[in-house]
Design a protein around this ligand. Structure first.
Ligand SMILES: [Zn+2]
Length: 322
């Protein structure tokens, strides 16, 4: 599954190409890719044709494009346009890609849905959803008010609206409206282990297994640390670490932002060289090695997955919780 930075790479890559453009036509080449749209292909197409893509928004790993009424000329003057009521939701799944292509480019082998966009000088005319393994998909959903009145997520022109499917998840560490105080309050009440809390999308969204292990390593905290014993400074440290790891991954993927080929794996090069804990089982801990201490990264089973820790700089708490 793509992690949050990869989805953010897609959002940034896409927004400059699609924002303010009208969807002139939609072609569903494989109905399996819109199976989450319960009312079927005709309804899917009917909702989209003639709509203006007003933005590309992300919260956690959820990505959506709010749809404005084209008659409102939302693109030219967003200030006077009525708020969008619906959005095109994109689940990238394992292999989903959103590609900007010129109509002259032959169809990709796994092309599933094609959007013809209104003409824009120097920009490709089509947005294509390509998905080899069909775990991803597209559907139209409602936009609902956010529960805290803040922006729905990271966006170019933030609105206090969120795609219904994403409304239940907490803000992610890259969201400017993320509230550390609220996170810390909820964290202290959880009475669980720290890593389980970091993976809980209702507490903080967008942190997957890799980023949890990396954030814990950077913060020098063990995954089983009981959350109700965490000091404010420790909670701040692990959250800042999660944000820093994500920002580093974004920097590494930044070169692909201007590419026409917006790939969910855009940031994957980061993982080849920058991981400190995840996937380094049996290798020396870099921080300990720098201090002249010999310590080996250890892998343990955790929630049907694995956790990677350094036994020296992330010691196990006596009263650990899983
Ligand atoms: Zn270490």
């Amino acid at each position: 599954m793509p992690e949050l930075p990869e989805v953010e790479v897609v959002r940034r890559g896409l927004v400059n190409w699609v924002r303010g453009r009208t969807i002139d036509a939609v072609e569903v080449l494989d109905p399996r890719s819109i199976r989450r749209h319960a009312l079927g292909a005709a309804d899917f197409i009917g909702n989209l044709e003639g709509a203006v893509v007003s933005d590309v928004v992300r919260r956690g790993k959820f990505l959506w494009m709010p749809l404005a009424d084209s008659t409102a000329a939302a693109a030219e003057d967003p200030g006077t346009a009525p708020a969008p009521k619906a959005a095109l939701m994109a689940h990238l799944g394992m292999s989903g890609q959103l590609l900007m292509q010129d109509p002259s480019v032959p169809d990709e082998k796994h092309l599933k849905v094609r959007f013809r966009l209104s003409h824009r000088e120097g920009m490709p005319g089509q947005l294509r959803f390509v998905d080899q393994r069909i775990f991803g998909g597209l559907f139209v959903t409602s936009l609902v008010p956010t529960d805290d009145g803040g922006p729905g997520g990271l966006a170019e022109s933030p609105l206090p609206l969120i795609a219904e499917e994403a409304a239940h998840i907490a803000r992610d560490p890259l969201d400017p409206a993320f509230s550390f105080d609220l996170f810390y309050q909820r964290l202290r009440k959880r009475r669980t282990g720290l890593k389980r809390a970091l993976l809980d999308q209702g507490l903080v969204s967008g942190i997957g297994n890799i980023y949890a292990d990396e954030a814990l390593w950077r913060a020098r905290l063990h995954y089983a640390r009981p959350t109700d014993t965490l000091r404010r400074s420790e909670a701040r440290r692990v959250l800042d670490s999660a944000r820093d790891v994500m920002l580093d991954a974004l920097d590494a993927g930044g070169t692909s932002f201007d590419s026409l080929y917006v790939n969910v794996n855009g940031a994957s090069g980061y993982f080849d060289r920058s991981l400190n804990a995840y996937g380094r089982t049996g290798e020396p801990c870099k921080r300990c090695a720098a201090a002249g201490i010999h310590s080996i990264i250890r892998r343990e089973q955790f929630m049907n997955r694995s956790s990677h820790t350094c036994p020296v700089c992330q010691p196990r708490p006596r009263n650990g919780r899983w």
